[in-house]
Design a protein around this ligand. Structure first.
Ligand code: ZN
Length: 314
């Protein structure tokens, strides 16, 4: 869907609300009492439960719950975030929507990123998986200034606004032998499958095994460098291939994981400039969500609306 299609499909707020209603009803509206049949009260945009009589509004239980931003702005933001290869800063989205305040736009985008992460958490990686750690620069900043305004991440790194530190990220990338091997020596010998990236505090075997167990199918094989934190990985997965090579050679044994780390860092630096430490996972979610769906023929927009209609922000 390009921008013109978007405008044709969603010319106004009403068309967006109608679409959200249809999607939610397709997914099934559920009441707190467990009731699944409702009356639709169109004048108030509410579903009334046929079992207990309690009401929920159009946005209840979705990522848009309690948000005052028009549904069409949410749709436009989701469209921009999912339809392009590039990433957008909150400042840029604020400009594109013509909104006065930065803060609600920033929160909206964090919610969308969180929802993207929840989607990807439902899958486990399989087969042969390259695993390595990346170190990402984040800022620890007072989130609000003395007037209580959210500090823009874009300006966070300016002098006096918080300090920078490195955060550890465990990066896991499925890779398969290339079915059509290339003779080009610069082309990678393997092709990339799905990717997961999770922030991690503890790089000991306990911390690493905890993440591997959550993210990988137990039948998987991991390929790593010689870091001792991987030494007990076969407690949670089937096989461990350890390649001890000089750092300069590491891109040969773990080609995709290094590409993923480099590309994500380049994007974060180019678009967001700096990222608050509590939000790095959200940016990783967005990066992986789009990377994992790079070959999808269908529109990511509809998928994301369905995801957002189900998931709440917590
Ligand atoms: Zn009910």
């Amino acid at each position: 869907m390009n921008l013109l299609d978007f405008n044709t499909r969603f010319p106004d707020e009403n068309s967006c609300r109608q679409y959200l209603k249809t999607k939610r009803e397709q997914e099934g509206v559920t009441c707190n009492c467990g009731g699944i049949t409702h009356y639709w009260i169109s004048t108030r945009e509410l579903w009334k439960c046929k079992t207990c009589g309690s009401c929920q509004n159009l946005r209840a239980g979705t990522i848009m719950e309690k948000s005052h931003i028009p549904v069409r702005y949410w749709f436009m933001t989701i469209h921009l975030m999912t339809s392009t290869k590039k990433a957008f800063s909150a400042l840029e989205i604020q400009r594109q929507l013509g909104m006065d305040n930065y803060e609600p736009v920033w929160y909206m985008m964090q919610k969308i990123r969180k929802s993207m992460g929840k989607r990807d958490m439902r899958y486990q990686l399989q087969g042969e998986i390259e695993v390595d750690e990346g170190f990402y620069e984040v800022v620890t900043l007072p989130e609000k200034d003395h007037l209580g305004n959210l500090i823009r991440e874009e300006v966070a790194q300016k002098r006096g606004r918080g300090s920078t530190k490195q955060m550890k990220v465990l990066v896991m990338v499925e890779s398969f032998p290339n079915p059509q091997p290339s003779t080009d020596k610069y082309r990678k010998k393997r092709v990339m499958g799905f990717v997961k990236m999770v922030t991690i505090d503890d790089l000991s075997s306990t911390g690493i095994n905890y993440e591997l167990k959550k993210s990988l199918d137990p039948t998987s094989t991991i390929v790593t460098d010689g870091w001792r934190g991987y030494s007990r990985s076969t407690d949670v997965i089937a096989k461990h291939i350890k390649n001890i090579v000089p750092p300069k050679e590491a891109h040969k044994t773990l080609p995709w994981v290094h590409t993923v780390i480099a590309n994500s860092k380049r994007q974060f630096l180019g678009v967001h400039h700096s990222i608050g430490k509590d939000y790095l996972q959200n940016y990783l979610n967005e990066f992986c969500y789009k990377l994992n769906r790079r070959n999808f023929q269908t529109d990511l927009f509809d998928r994301m609306i369905v995801a957002g209609a189900k998931d709440t922000w917590y």
